[in-house]
Ligand binder design. Sequence first.
Ligand SMILES: [Zn+2]
Length: 240
Amino acid sequence: MTAQVDLLFISAHPDDTELSCGGTIVRSVKEGLRVGMVDLTRGEMGTRGTPAVRKREAQTSADVLGAAFREQLDFGDGGLRTGREEELQIIEIVRRSRPSLVFAPWPDERHPDHVRAGRIVTDAAFYAGLRQLRTALDAHRPQAVVYYIQGHMAPPSFVVDVTEWWKTKMRAIASFKSQFHAPGSKEPETFISRKHFIEMIDARGRHFGAFIGAEYGEAFVTRHPPKIENIIAAYEGREV
Ligand SMILES: [Zn+2]
């Protein structure tokens, strides 16, 4: 079920990836890259929806984005476990899907599950490349772990122009009917179910876009700066 992919997006909870990276996923898929998605928990601590509903919604969203697969693990929402057993599960997925880049939450974060997810994915991506760590699959070490920004702001290392793909991203987010603003819903209101939250996602996309002179952008943090082939093209459309 886990196919080989170019980019592997890993999140603590179903819907985290869509909010921070949905446009980048759609753009990458449209440009011919294969994308895999992994949720480390089932989101069972969420106020709204049930794990079964959220799993269905997550698959619908993955289909909207064009992901080759979406896997859901069970590390425990609200207390995400980061032991050796969990690490080995991520190592197996990295070795099976053999991505060039792995995406994870920036570990300096408000939600402790995001912090833990960012750390364990960073470690597992490295360990997956150790040949002497023998599992049923060959070693594979991705080129880099790229971090996406969630609750706490971090200075972006680069921004992806997702203007053309923004509507599809928002359609993927809307797949999570139980979580986000749905007029007439009888579920209890939460921070993320208010209309205001979706407006904030829009504003954040515009804010990050403004950094690169685009209407919408998604920002990422890396510990290794990306190599730039064309420094003039990198600033195309900008003015000092
Ligand atoms: Zn989350």
